[in-house]
Design a protein around this ligand. Structure first.
Ligand SMILES: Nc1nc2c(ncn2[C@@H]2O[C@H](COP(=O)(O)OP(=O)(O)OP(=O)(O)O)[C@@H](O)[C@H]2O)c(=O)[nH]1
Ligand SMILES: [Mg+2]
Length: 344
């Protein structure tokens, strides 16, 4: 399914809303016979302006509210990810506050209509319309904070990657700074992924694709880069780490677990190992989801470091890939592995 928040388009601020609606209102003209008395003409003209302005606000505000998908109705992945990225309760309250001004606007329209019916001089019609516009401005301006909040939420939600359920999804996970993003960048079509020498560079889920060419067609695989996860209790993990956990829990068909056997990443082998075991025990559906082990930074790793990690994992040389995600060395082997696994 495509990211459901892609339909959540730009939310205008109060100034933009006021400009548009008042401009439209002032251009409107009431239908009134040429021979009608001046007082009646003035009443009709100004009432029409108030009515058009209010209609415009109501319509635009409803449009804004409708743009925001109902989060509770979304598939689990999008629903849970949205709640990691934004305060869903605050979002609901904000929409409620915006919705709350609609009856106030309708009430203002009724009141203005009543006042206009009671005037005796044409110039009073203009005064009443100005007063109504003044009150509308103040109502709409009070919503500016809410409108801007929606726009900031929108920015975060639109960055969620679209996950295609019909394609396999390989989740690349591991400790921070071990080379996950370098790896996804090297083997996927996504060359815009950020790589830095410090941990927690990746703060959200990032999608890349890998195509397997077959004789008559292509198979597209999804490769999901994730933020690093620390070995600590789930309740202590922050919303950045929890995004990676969510991907492992809900959308992986295969897990690439990346180790840095050297001290370069800044974290111990023991911590990386504990995380590996946690992922293996909790997110492989009792072995249904395969975990592929990658020892990255082969250019920096000594043979002792590699042997230590291999022994502690109790595996042999054919059970892991030794890679250099910086230069691309040995990544062909992983591509071959994927091709063999998915092309039949
Ligand atoms: N020497 C060497 N450096 C590498 C290798 N792979 C990645 N790096 C470097 O390790 C650092 C971290 O790489 P990233 O790809 O950003 O690591 P990450 O796991 O995505 O990090 P976070 O997003 O912070 O969790 C960068 O400075 C990379 O250039 C490798 O195989 N060899
Ligand atoms: Mg990264």
């Amino acid at each position: 399914m495509k990211n459901p928040f892609l339909s959540f388009s730009h939310v205008p601020n109060s100034k933009e809303l006021l400009d548009i609606a008042f401009k439209r209102a002032m251009k409107s003209s009431a239908q009134v016979s040429k021979n009608a008395p001046i007082l009646l003409k003035a009443k009709k003209k100004e009432f029409k302006r108030i009515k058009v302005a209010i209609e415009e606000f109501v319509e635009r505000i409803l449009k804004i509210i409708k743009k925001v998908p109902i989060i509770d109705a979304l598939p689990d992945f999008y629903k849970e990810l949205a709640s990691l990225l934004v305060d869903v309760d605050e979002l609901k309250l904000t929409l409620g506050r915006l919705n709350g001004i609609l009856p106030i606007l309708h009430q203002l329209e009724r009141e203005s209509s009543k006042k206009l019916s009671q005037i005796e001089a044409p110039k009073d019609a203009d005064r009443i319309r100005r007063a109504a516009f003044g009150r509308i401005s103040s109502i709409i301006n009070k919503q500016n904070k809410n409108l801007e909040y929606l726009n900031s939420v929108r920015g975060r939600l639109r960055e969620i990657p679209s996950i295609d359920d019909s394609l396999h999804c390989i989740v690349v996970a591991g400790y921070p700074n071990v080379g996950k993003s370098s790896f996804v960048k090297q083997i996927s079509t996504n060359k815009k992924i950020e790589v830095q020498e410090y941990p927690f560079t990746t703060k959200k889920l990032i999608m890349g694709h890998f195509d397997i060419e077959r004789r008559f067609d292509k198979i597209k695989l999804q490769l999901l880069d994730t933020p690093g996860i620390l070995d600590r209790p789930m309740s202590k993990r922050n919303n950045i780490e929890l995004q990676a956990i969510l991907a492992l829990r809900l959308i992986s068909d295969l897990i690439f677990f990346v180790f840095d056997p050297t001290p370069a990443c800044g974290y111990s082998i023991d911590s990386q190992l504990d995380l590996f075991l946690e992922v293996k025990n909790n997110f492989t559906k009792e072995g249904e989801i395969q975990m592929v082990i990658i020892f990255n930074k082969m250019d920096l790793a000594s043979s002792e470091e590699i042997k230590y990690l291999r022994d502690i994992l109790n595996i042999t040389e054919k059970d892991y890939f030794l890679t250099n995600a910086l230069s691309g060395e040995n990544l062909e082997l992983l591509k071959e592995f994927l091709t063999n696994r998915y092309s039949t």
